[in-house]
Design a protein around this ligand. Sequence first.
Ligand SMILES: Cc1cc2nc3c(=O)[nH]c(=O)nc-3n(C[C@H](O)[C@H](O)[C@H](O)COP(=O)(O)O)c2cc1C
Length: 158
Amino acid sequence: MEPEHYREIVGRFASGVAIVTCEGPDGPAGLTTNAVTSLSLDPLLLLVCFDNTSRTLSAVRASGRFAVNVLREGQEDLAAVFASKRIAQEKFESVTHTVAHGVPVLDDALAWLACDLRELLPGGDHTIGIGAVTHGAMHADGRPLVWFGGAFRGLERP
Ligand SMILES: Cc1cc2nc3c(=O)[nH]c(=O)nc-3n(C[C@H](O)[C@H](O)[C@H](O)COP(=O)(O)O)c2cc1C
């Protein structure tokens, strides 16, 4: 199968959008992700798939901790900034954050989870990061940003 055809088909699998952050050796780092999955309840584990060229992956490898910041509807501009190759410092000029439990937590995220990096496993041109969840919080209200068919959407299709 051609990669483009695969991308089109797998793009029918709707997901949320999250910014994965960490306190890297040069300060906070982060990237936009949708390859985030809850992995295990006992113990509490989640996984994130990092492109091998991601600079945030290097920072996560160095720091040993990361956060998953779940984005809300209307935060597509922020998602675009963290999906860019701007330097990390510039990315963080677009959003205020606090460092909690050793990870950058973005203000106004719909929810966040902080993890200890448990394992990095090879997965083709990506690396699977498995995190042991240590802390988290959520807002009771608010709607998620959705990634579907190669575009940002809300829960209701326009
Ligand atoms: C909706 C969306 C989802 C993405 N999901 C991922 C992902 O799961 N893993 C990944 O490594 N990159 C993903 N990307 C691409 C990264 O955000 C992008 O390569 C970014 O520039 C990496 O930044 P960094 O090099 O500073 O880490 C996604 C981009 C978008 C727009």
